[in-house]
Write a protein that binds this ligand. Structure first.
Ligand code: PLP
Length: 724
């Protein structure tokens, strides 16, 4: 493996059902990400954990309760050859991580996919105590000690493994905050080379990027300060800093937050859909209330899925016949997909029906009782309560009428696992089982056990409608609907996550709540919309048959869905976006910060320290807002005059601006120019009014001072701002 490239850290990777080291969307996304990187020949090294017992196998017992079984992962059965990483002499590479004062050893398995290698750490080595050998048995242990140990192994152990392999990545990508301790280890390594903490932190930040996936605070990993001291206390001095400075990187509300650490140690943060980017800005705004939501430096790259993994064979053949021959490596080209419109409706419908009957057969669904082809609606994902699996059961009588129409039968299929510690999640499964046994739902409501990639493929290829009813805005992106779309399956979804961007009014159905949140009123509205869509649009359209019993309008909608969604919501587009917007700039930035013995990193570190130490001297002393636009000579639209005290900070190191609400959801900013120095550190700034109506900008305006530097990755890199 050559030097450079991207190191992609994730707590889970979903490559294939035969390698069950993923629990849900995050892992599948990571798997699809690295497959696309391999397709695009991007040099990338994945780092994760080899969970010996994988994610559990689910059985649902007589009473509807989920049972978990934990068999060892069968490496022989894996469709990807999994091998042990060895050194030049052929000995297994063993790395060591000190966890709570004791040495823990780990080996690494690896999987090769062209330009990508995925390394998976395992503590199942002889040198470890029995309990440490089991440290990597399961995903997401509920026990906090097990959890922090795994995260130390992933972040710190992962960075050590790359060093042991001689891999020096240009960019370090943290997929979620679980791996954020990698920043500690990279700082420690630099410190061991004699680089100061401040410089090392800047060098690490410059080359690290972070993707957040969790729109709610409760979803972020948090450890007590006492735990951090106990587990990572040895690290503080090795990083060349005192305890407070290290803890400050992750401290939030009296605890240590892994998302906070990830943000502090990266130069680029992104959410996974446009809406999720906004929600993340709102979330981070709570940590930095002095920075308006709109200014919080969070970008977004909307998720996609790996077409080669999720596309049904029959549909692939159809695309091979009707699209350009090399469509599979040009999936992000919008024009290519327009040819789908030329596929004869009979052929597209035939392939869809084939996928449907294959699903029915392979999942053992007893649906044949309803004649040839009932309308089948699928709902499959983790059983987390925010996903509201029971929304469609809000009004049982009404649902029974919809499903039970003898002329137009409708079936519902559910699948998904609940986290073993999630009792409310397990209760959702139990309730669906219970309902499926009621006479009026018998044969019409089914639940498929042990949801994993194999079942997911069959479902996203074989149902007619893919239903998604999360509490908005809690579905950061969602990807299963994208898998459905590329197979010609139509989405019916709450306008949340990716669907806000994907829905165009013609390519599926939207449940567009008036208000956000999970209130009873919202649930009532959303279920009402869903029933109305089913009764008035979805069921009638499906059963509106034309020539040769083909639902022509439905098929046209399938085409619209494929044409409008597939070129955008695939991982080739997504990884290309990461490459252009995130990896390339971070590579350049990292190199620049490291060059000439860390010259830029050292300068930025020293600069930040100076600013931080002196920022309390910065004051906006007085702001005058002039009604009369022509009162000043020279600036005939002068609107703001501000007296600013900068203390020892140089005026070129700050930006002074008037900031206000634009009356909608946005803000406006008007730069103020230095016009006069009154005395040492005391300045007068002036600016002109923004180009929006005076009553709007007058109503809510203030003057803000922020530290700036051409070396900062964004305008709020220091998270500092002083207001008038
Ligand atoms: C795609 C996928 C998910 C994610 O589904 P969402 O609807 O995005 O939550 C979860 N589990 C499996 C097995 C998947 O294939």
């Amino acid at each position: 493996m050559p030097n450079g490239g991207v190191a992609y850290f994730s707590a889970e990777f979903g490559l294939d059902e035969s390698l069950p080291i993923y629990s849900g969307g995050l892992g599948i996304l990571a798997g699809d990400h690295i497959k696309a990187a391999a397709d695009l020949n991007i040099p990338l090294t994945g780092v994760g954990i080899f969970y010996k017992k994988g994610y559990f196998q689910q059985q649902i017992n007589e009473n509807g309760w989920q049972q978990q079984r934990y068999p060892d992962v069968n490496l022989e059965a894996s469709v990807y050859p999994v091998q042990l990483a060895k050194d030049a002499e052929g000995r297994p590479i063993i790395i060591e991580v000190t966890i709570a004062g004791r040495p823990v050893y780990a080996k690494a398995w690896y999987v090769s996919l062209g330009s990508v290698t995925l390394y998976l750490l395992s503590t199942d080595v002889e040198a470890n105590s029995e309990s440490d050998r089991q440290l990597t048995d399961n995903l997401y242990p509920s026990n906090q000690d097990a959890r922090i140990s795994q995260e130390m192994l992933l972040g710190i152990g992962g960075a050590r493994l790359l060093a042991a392999l001689g891999i020096k990545p240009d960019v370090w990508h943290m997929n979620e905050g679980h791996s954020a301790f990698l920043a500690f280890e990279r700082i420690r390594m630099l410190s061991a080379e004699g680089v100061s903490f401040e410089t090392a932190l800047e060098a690490v930040k410059a080359s690290t990027v972070f993707t957040t996936h969790t729109p709610v605070p409760a979803g972020h990993d948090v450890f007590s300060i006492e735990m951090i001291d106990r587990y990572l206390g040895d690290y503080y001095w090795q990083m060349g800093a005192d305890r407070d400075r290290v803890l400050a990187l992750g401290q939030l509300d009296g605890a240590f937050n892994m998302t906070r650490l990830a943000v502090s140690s990266s130069s680029k943060v992104n959410g996974v859909s446009k809406l999720h980017g906004e929600v993340t800005r709102e979330l981070f705004h709570r940590w930095m209330p002095h920075i308006p939501i709109q200014d919080i430096p969070v970008d977004s790259v909307t998720n996609g899925v790996h077409i080669g993994t999720w596309l049904a064979d029959g549909m692939k053949k159809l695309y091979d016949q009707h699209l350009v021959s090399d469509w599979a490596i040009r999936t992000q080209e919008v024009d290519i997909w327009a040819s789908v419109r030329e596929i004869p409706a009979t052929e597209l419908w035939k392939e869809h029906k084939k996928a449907k009957s294959e699903m029915v057969q392979e999942l053992g669904l007893p649906l044949t009782a309803f004649g040839e082809e009932p309308l089948i609606i699928g709902f499959a994902r983790r059983f987390a309560t925010y996903k509201r699996a029971l929304l469609i059961f809000s009004d049982l009588d009404r649902l029974a009428r919809i499903l039970g129409d003898a002329q137009r039968p409708v079936c519902l299929i559910f699948a998904g696992k609940a986290h073993p510690a999630d009792e409310p999640g397990k209760d959702l499964i139990r309730r669906i089982v219970e309902l499926s046994r009621e006479d009026r739902f018998k044969g019409r409501v089914h639940i498929v056990e042990n949801y994993a990639m194999d079942k997911a493929k069959k479902l996203v290829q074989g149902v007619d409608v893919w239903l998604n009813t999360p509490v908005k805005p809690m579905e950061a992106s969602g990807t299963s609907g994208q898998k459905a779309a590329l197979n010609g399956v139509l989405n019916c979804s709450v306008l949340d996550g990716w669907w806000v961007e994907g829905y165009n009014g013609r390519n599926g159905w939207a449940i567009d709540g008036v208000t956000d949140g999970g209130s009873d009123e919202q649930t009532r509205q959303d279920s009402e919309t869903l029933y109305r869509l089913l009764e008035d649009e979805i069921v009638p359209l499906y059963y509106k048959r034309g020539e040769r019993a083909i639902p022509t309008e439905w098929v046209n909608m399938m085409k619209e869905s494929i044409v409008s969604l597939t070129p955008v919501y695939n991982t080739h587009r997504m990884v290309t976006d990461y490459w252009n917007r995130i990896y390339v700039p971070a590579t350049e930035r990292g190199k620049r910060f490291r060059a000439d013995n860390f010259e830029v990193a050292s300068r930025v570190g020293a600069y930040k320290r100076f600013i931080r130490d002196n920022w309390s001297a910065v004051h906006v002393n007085k702001v005058e807002i002039l009604d009369n636009h022509s009162s000043r000579i020279g600036l005939n639209k002068t609107a703001f005059i501000a007296k600013i005290d900068l203390g020892p900070i140089w005026h070129k190191d700050v930006r002074v601006e008037a900031v206000g609400s634009d009356g909608r959801r946005g803000i406006w900013r008007a730069k103020l120019e230095l016009v006069q120095q009154l005395s040492k550190g005391l300045y007068v700034y002036e600016g002109v009014s923004p180009e929006i109506p005076i009553d709007v900008w007058r109503s809510n305006v203030n003057v803000r001072v922020t530290p700036i530097s051409p070396d900062f990755a964004n305008d709020f890199e220091m998270e500092l701002a002083t207001w008038g």
